[in-house]
Design a protein around this ligand. Structure first.
Ligand SMILES: NC(=O)c1ccc[n+]([C@@H]2O[C@H](COP(=O)([O-])OP(=O)(O)OC[C@H]3O[C@@H](n4cnc5c(N)ncnc54)[C@H](O)[C@@H]3O)[C@@H](O)[C@H]2O)c1
Length: 248
């Protein structure tokens, strides 16, 4: 119960990794705001957490829209006093297609949700965290952002952007008591992988020395460490979760 009394915003909290992170932080004692564009999914997660005797509320937000993000963060700060933890997990994969076929609309949407959404959420909480001298931000990157991936140029670019943004904000806030890190997993079990072709899936699996996908609960475990007080000397980092795949 290392997060008792803390307020945690989990974007993308309505499904899979975000859901596992919401549950884990609630079990550690945090008051969790399950924030998702899919309100019914967020509501289900928050209701299940509450029925287990823990603290959570759902919130509908599109992380790519500045005024929605700002309104949400101001409402939470007004109602609960402060935001101690931000987990930026909301993300979309987009279509798998060669670069010559990526539409400008798809490119913009993927970058808007994955990269701009992360920026907007961080920007909306960072001053409050700095003024209180404490905060934990964990963003969601991907191993593809380090290695590159054919047929996924927009997604990969957005995740490489999340890494660069995280390193920059981590350095910017290094003396403030706020830490900013990101996690770069390889494929994790869940709905996102169901959208890729069988041959692509096999090619990814073949690259993982452990020979299996990661589990959302394993990702939640690393989130949980990074948002703890114990992790106070780690900032501006990208931590890999790749079953042995990452080599740098
Ligand atoms: N699943 C994987 O293999 C994998 C690997 C590496 C990184 N990631 C990253 O982890 C994150 C979560 O992955 P997942 O497998 O749980 O995905 P998921 O699709 O199961 O869940 C993503 C959640 O984000 C929400 N969302 C989408 N767009 C949003 C928006 N504009 N505003 C608010 N919420 C929005 C969705 O409604 C959904 O609940 C993503 O950022 C993804 O890129 C996933």
């Amino acid at each position: 119960m290392q997060l008792i009394g803390q307020v945690a915003v989990v974007t993308g909290g309505g499904n899979n990794i975000g859901k596992a992170v919401s549950w884990r932080m609630a079990r550690e004692g945090a008051y969790v705001i399950v924030a998702d564009i899919n309100f019914s999914a967020a509501e289900k997660v928050a209701t299940d957490i509450t029925e287990a005797g823990l603290k959570a509320i759902p919130y509908r937000v599109d992380v790519s829209i500045k005024h929605e993000v700002r309104d949400m963060m101001r409402t939470i700060e007004g109602d609960l006093g402060q935001i101690d933890i931000l987990a930026n997990i909301a993300g979309i994969l987009g279509p798998t297609a060669p670069t010559s076929e990526i539409s400008e609309e798809d490119w913009d949407l993927i970058l808007d949700v994955n990269l701009k959404g992360t920026f907007l959420c961080c920007q909306a909480v960072i001053d409050g965290m700095i003024s209180r001298g404490y905060g934990r931000i964990v963003n969601m990157s991907s191993i593809t952002g380090k290695e590159g991936n054919p047929m996924l140029a927009a997604y990969v670019s957005s995740k490489a952007g999340v890494m660069g943004f995280t390193k920059s904000l981590g350095k910017e806030t290094a003396k403030s008591g706020v830490t900013v890190n990101c996690i770069a997993p390889t494929m994790i079990e869940g709905d996102m992988i169901k959208t890729v072709s069988e041959s692509y899936f096999q090619s990814v699996l073949n690259k993982i020395p452990m020979g299996r996908l990661g589990k959302p609960e394993e990702v939640a475990g690393l989130f949980n460490y990074l948002v703890s007080e114990e992790a106070g000397y780690i900032t501006g980092q990208c931590l890999d979760m790749s079953g042995g795949r990452a080599v740098y």
